[in-house]
Ligand binder design. Sequence first.
Ligand code: SF4
Length: 478
Amino acid sequence: MNKAMESISVFDMLKIGVGPSSSHTLGPWRAALRWIDHCKRHGYFEEITEVKVQLYGSLSLTGKGHATDIAAIMGLLGTDPVTVPIERIQPSMDELAQSGTLLLNGELPVPFQKEKHIIFHKKFLEFHPNGITFSCVLKDGRKKNMNYYSIGGGFVVQKERKNAKKKREKFSNFPFPVEKGVELLAYCQAEGKSISQIVLQNELSLRSEAEINDGLRKIWDVMLDSMYVGCHTEGTLPGGLNVRRRAFDTHKNLMGSRPYSNPVEWIESIRDTEVKFRQILKWVSCFALAVNEVNASLGRVVTAPTNGSAGVIPAVMMYYMVIENHDANFADVRKFLLVAGEIGSIFKKGSTISAALGGCQAEIGVSSAMAAGALTELMGGTPEQALMAAEIAMEHHLGLTCDPIAGLVQVPCIERNAMGAIKAINACEMALDADPTKAKVPLDKVIATMWETAKDMTSKYKETSEGGLAVQVNVSDC
Ligand code: SF4
């Protein structure tokens, strides 16, 4: 797949969605919505009598564990992954199984049986490992096919990249177009601005300040909510691996009997707890585990930059709020998300955020780098130190494989978020104590290395569940 220069907003990198996977759940969901839109724009939506979904490559190999079939159906039903009530998903599947009829976009009934109309192909399409084809038969017997590719982080493209031109036009409107870390630093130095200030100027060329604040507030609310829900939900995760939710017990032990009745009071109560090094480790891990337990149970999380790695950024922001700065407020959240989004977009442009292309270094590695850089700005670090922190975080995730057991985003994924968050905090502290002019490895070099490593990795370790833990661990033992 060719890497094209593109304009990526913070709101492209951080998206509200549904678990468990951005490329295998959110992407196919959005692809289905895009396909419906295409059918409508081309005037044949009303003519459709039958629909098929074909999944290829990694989308097929780990599709069942990642709920790709459910996501595609939810998209075909016309529901929005940002707003659909999570508790509607399973009843929608039950109703479909009982009636054998799918209400396409909520309006056009077509016969549909999951087993017959969703086809899992082992083969890979050439353009990208995550291929999905929507096919339909029209009233006059004509057939139509459309291919989409879920390229990581919920991004969906068509091979032709018809949107690329539009995106490039927008890109040229950015006052500070950035493709590499070195360009970002040059703007910061020339303008005497922080990274978040530069990124804000770019965002302001796309939307108003009120819209930016509103969007970032919604993102943080979902992040906070996913930590809150995860810390207060006990039991076993769905999917058959019998993975026990752990955030609940860790949270209970750390919190004791302090009172609170909503997420905002919860933050205040956590600030009252005693924290030494061990408790800090446990709190950060607990926040990360909580988000990814919510993600694994098809809950609502923020894709940051993917769903499998959705816990790292909220956990590190929460660390800042409850440990480092008890006066932290939305202004800090805004800075943090702007910096994190920009660092993620530099990785996306220079390498990948798709585990199907780059393994877990593309998910946990990138999220850790995003969080490390963002935390560094909040801690008073310079833009150079922020990018150094991002580099350190990625340097120690290079080559990390993706090998989820049974194709579920649970083992090793959930714990890996805790590890990514802790590494981000450590990378920040090391960068804050360092002179970035003496750094041996600039951010852009580690991104290039990550991409070369991704290309060299065998496909067994790229979200296929054909290697590593996925084959070493017997599912029946779990
Ligand atoms: S191993 Fe990493 S990349 Fe693979 S699904 Fe889990 S979190 Fe995502």
